[in-house]
Design a protein around this ligand. Structure first.
Ligand code: G4P
Ligand code: NA
Ligand code: NA
Length: 189
């Protein structure tokens, strides 16, 4: 997606060779006009796929999921990372290892909000090692729902997530794939 690539080139900052900071438009400040174009693009890509729910993880996935959901006309469910008194007792849970944080964390979704045979599109901002998506896939499977697609805004192609997910047969579409990053030199696939 050209608009996204230009935005990354103009506003992205490479930190420590493998982290791309995009918090002027995607991860902290949100550029809504731009995110709308992202939402439309996901709809275009998945227009022939029957989807009745979008699933993501808090926090930064929520913005993208909500904007895209308006074009799909479906509800958004986001997995929670923190234990909370507001969360129902009956939940699907999965353990996710974060390389960025160097530790495991749990994600949870109330059993009320994923139904058997739901056709679920998972959306997220970044794909690195793919652990977050695998955790969501695990929850979808526990609920006996169908993971019909995964849409990612920025895939870091030099990390293993994309290969792992595609080799599993997951219908993964990324709007931009970065093959390499060096100080202010980002190369796209
Ligand atoms: P993985 O799920 O693909 O295995 O990724 P990993 O554990 O490495 O990523 C952990 C968090 O860091 C995720 O955010 C992910 O979106 C984010 N992340 C990974 N690589 C980058 C990057 O290059 N740039 C930025 N800006 N973020 C990256 P999260 O835990 O979901 O946190 P948040 O959504 O609450 O921010
Ligand atoms: Na993030
Ligand atoms: Na995220």
């Amino acid at each position: 997606m050209k608009l996204l690539k230009d935005k990354i080139l103009n506003q992205g900052k490479v930190v420590d060779k493998h982290i791309l900071k995009v918090d002027s438009f995607l991860n902290h400040q949100l550029d809504i006009k731009f995110l709308n174009e992202i939402g439309k693009e996901f709809k275009e890509i998945f227009k022939d796929t029957h989807i009745n729910k979008i699933l993501t993880i808090e926090a930064s996935g929520i913005a993208i999921a909500c904007i895209a959901a308006q074009y799909f006309n479906v509800p958004v469910v986001f997995a929670k990372k923190t234990e909370s008194k507001n969360l129902d007792k009956e939940t699907y849970e999965s353990e996710v290892y974060s390389f960025t944080k160097g530790k495991n964390y749990k994600i949870r979704v109330s059993k009320k909000y994923i139904e058997k045979n739901d056709n679920i599109l998972v959306l997220d901002d970044f794909l690195a090692n793919g652990r977050a998506v695998l955790g969501l896939k695990d929850i979808v499977e526990q609920a006996e729902a169908n993971l019909v697609g995964v849409g990612i805004v920025i895939e870091k192609g030099f990390q293993e997530g994309g290969t792992v997910l595609r080799n599993m047969g997951i219908n993964l579409k990324s709007l931009a794939i970065i093959d390499s990053m060096e100080e202010n030199r980002v190369k796209f696939r």
